[in-house]
Design a protein around this ligand. Sequence first.
Ligand SMILES: Cc1cc2nc3c(=O)[nH]c(=O)nc-3n(C[C@H](O)[C@H](O)[C@H](O)COP(=O)(O)OP(=O)(O)OC[C@H]3O[C@@H](n4cnc5c(N)ncnc54)[C@H](O)[C@@H]3O)c2cc1C
Length: 226
Amino acid sequence: MGSYTRKMMFGDQPRFDTGWGGWVWWAPLEDIPPETFVEHWGAGRFVGGYPTKDGIGVCACAPVSDDIAKQGPGRRSRIQERFAGMGKLVDSWLDNTPDDDAEMFFWHLSDVRSHEWIKGRVVLLGDAAAGFLPTAGIGASMAMESAAVLADELSRVNADSLELALHAYEKRRRHRVERVQGESRQLARMMFVESGMLAWGRDQLTKLYSIKQLAGSIAKAFDEPI
Ligand SMILES: Cc1cc2nc3c(=O)[nH]c(=O)nc-3n(C[C@H](O)[C@H](O)[C@H](O)COP(=O)(O)OP(=O)(O)OC[C@H]3O[C@@H](n4cnc5c(N)ncnc54)[C@H](O)[C@@H]3O)c2cc1C
């Protein structure tokens, strides 16, 4: 996401900043059915739990304008107070909030979209070309698809026509990657809502739509040839 190659070749590129950020930590694999992730979309706060083989990755997000991102003394209690009352499951994750002096990652939820991907024989791929918000859980998939397409295009040329292959790669990938990136931004607008009224409206709407309808075009993207 913070690619120096992108910066050196193309300078600063536009970022989409949600204005939100989140703490990330691990909790034990308890109270959560296997292969299920849980997200609580609130007003001015969001907590997600994502199980892996060894533990649950917890991500607790809020607008960065308040003191939520502050490190140091009082961090643990600030996090626990900010996300209290979101149910038993969240409470159990909050019990595992690391101590104030432990290393803990605060994740600024913004992404980046590079206007250019190619200069001479230099090419961008993955998050360097189009970085993804975590909202759709699809950035790694997009990076791997792009790597497969780049390998495919490179396998068809010799060194003399390398630049043709790079341009063919960009032509095959840019539209798809940016469309899905746009959808992950759209999801962020729904998930990261501050006003109680808007959150209420969002909650009513999400009752009417299935997850397939809400994230359908992202899922459908996987049925398309790359
Ligand atoms: C908490 C979190 C959860 C996520 N969940 C999902 C998910 O569920 N599904 C999904 O599809 N995506 C997810 N993503 C997004 C996904 O991780 C990224 O989109 C993906 O890793 C991008 O791949 P990349 O190869 O472009 O970049 P990166 O994975 O960032 O790889 C870049 C690599 O380059 C290395 N590097 C940097 N500078 C140098 C240098 N000068 N020399 C040598 N090496 C260097 C870095 O150390 C790094 O290993 C998540 C991201 C985060 C942060």
